[in-house]
Design a binder for this molecule. Structure first.
Ligand code: SF4
Ligand code: SF4
Length: 445
């Protein structure tokens, strides 16, 4: 960057009477995105769109309830999320931080609230001395922040604990059980975070900021300052509005920059009054590629080289694989195994019995039941007094049942047959190959 002494204000390209209209500001657009993200952040756990239920060892993803035993799908889901984050970082830099990150959203919201309260108190109680007004403002802000912290901690913990459970704990002011202690600790941490830390977290310990430094390359979206004609008037408004307290004129690759574009708005607004376009803007990579309308659409969304296309293909592959895996999983899992501690039993009437054991796991949110039938075993029947086995959502039941055959039915020794399970209401049927053992024929003398 040129030194201040070297900089000579450039002649405005238009007169003050005919100022250029600054482009639509990014800040209000970003605030709308923040509001939408806040709503999404609050509803995700309540509709089980993403939630890791630690006590029940379940992972909820897009409404699917995945059991910890379905590790392959959970792993696939987490890999998909990780690839998505990596792709966003490579294409759009720290755009996530400025537009979608809860830490940034709430840090900015509470900073603005604090400022709003301070201004209101100063205006309304102008007769009070400065110190009293400051203390009153801080007390009101901390009370509101504490209530907000309880709410945010509640939503955050709902990602790990069933929300209805959590409401009960909150109502009973439970700070004794593990869930209650976690809630109280998270509330305290949230309060301290948004009272004293805020964006300092993003500048110091946030791992995503450092990860971004590794993933960004020469075509990643950046907020950049370009001033070949030395038009900067050194008003420093771009520095004053920056939530990360940096000067974008020191370079585009500053790790603290969250690509919020507040400096873009500031510079556009200041220089528009002088009839000069702003000097800061979003750019793909370190080279200013201008705003030509001839840029193809895929370049406009960041697909600027083969590496990015490959990344998109990998993401699509993952998304497709994940959808297929989710659609193929059995909501009601049935496992059948023979009980061979005794090969067979012969009852008083001469019928031969083989015992089997079924474990039924209902991984769906609805009540279900399972019906069994047997095939390819002539003269045999399935002896299950209940007829159908009901299973509550999230429950796992074990039943033993007999397959009974008339002595004149299956041949002696090992007979192959199948047991079919049909679960309702999903109507999913599955066939299990089994063996039925009849008494072996006596060897001829
Ligand atoms: S807002 Fe624009 S003109 Fe003012 S100091 Fe920043 S870059 Fe220069
Ligand atoms: S330099 Fe500009 S884009 Fe980067 S954080 Fe500061 S205001 Fe936002």
């Amino acid at each position: 960057m040129a030194s201040v002494a070297e900089m000579k204000p450039r002649k405005p390209v238009r007169s003050k009477k005919d100022p250029i209209t600054p482009p639509a500001p990014w800040h209000p657009f970003r605030k709308k995105i923040h509001a939408a993200c806040f709503v999404v952040f609050c509803i995700l756990p309540f509709f089980n769109l993403i939630r890791f239920d630690i006590p029940r060892q379940r992972f909820y993803f897009l409404g699917y309830e995945l059991w910890i035993s379905e590790f392959a799908i959970i792993f696939f889901s987490l890999m998909f999320l990780m690839f998505t984050i990596a792709a966003i970082s490579m294409l759009y830099g720290r755009l996530y931080c400025g537009y979608f990150c809860p830490q940034m959203i709430f840090s900015e919201a509470f900073s603005e609230l604090e400022e709003f309260i301070r201004k209101k108190i100063n205006k309304r109680f102008i007769t009070w001395d400065k110190k009293t007004r400051s203390i009153a403002g801080q007390v009101i802000f901390y009370i509101i922040l504490w209530v907000g912290s309880v709410f945010l901690a509640f939503v955050f913990i709902a990602y790990f604990v069933e929300p209805r459970d959590l409401i009960q704990r909150l109502i009973s002011l439970d700070v004794v059980s593990a869930g209650g202690i976690a809630g109280a600790a998270t509330t305290l941490v949230t309060f301290i975070d948004f009272a004293f830390v805020r964006q300092r977290f993003c500048k110091t310990v946030c791992p995503y900021g450092y990860l971004q430094g590794i993933l960004a390359d020469s075509k990643t979206l950046l907020v950049q300052y370009h001033d070949p004609a030395q038009a900067c008037i050194e008003c420093k408004k771009c520095v004053r509005v920056c939530p990360m307290e940096i000067d974008i004129r020191d370079g585009a690759h500053q790790i603290e920059c969250i690509h919020c574009a507040d400096c873009v708005d500031a510079c556009n607004e200041v220089l528009a009054k002088l009839g000069t376009p702003g000097l800061i803007d979003y750019e793909w990579g370190a080279v200013n590629q201008g705003g030509s309308t001839k840029i193809p659409w895929y370049h406009r969304i960041g697909l600027r080289d083969r590496k990015r296309w490959v990344l998109m293909l990998v993401l699509m592959f993952y998304a497709t694989g994940l959808m297929v895996a989710l659609s193929m999983r059995d909501p009601v899992l049935v496992q059948i195994s023979p009980q061979r501690d005794q090969l067979y039993e012969v009852n008083e009437s001469g019928d031969v019995t083989n015992k089997f054991r079924a474990r039924i796991t209902n991984r769906s949110p609805e009540n279900a039941y399972v019906v069994f039938s047997i095939q390819s075993l002539p003269g045999a029947r399935l002896d299950l007094p209940e007829g159908r086995i009901p299973v509550d959502p999230g429950e796992s039941v074990v039943r033993t049942f007999d397959v009974v055959a008339h002595p004149s039915g299956p041949g002696p020794g090992v007979n192959h047959f199948s047991i079919t399970s049909e679960s309702m209401p999903d109507g999913h049927a599955r066939s299990f190959d089994m063996t039925f053992i009849m008494p072996f024929e006596e060897a001829s003398p």
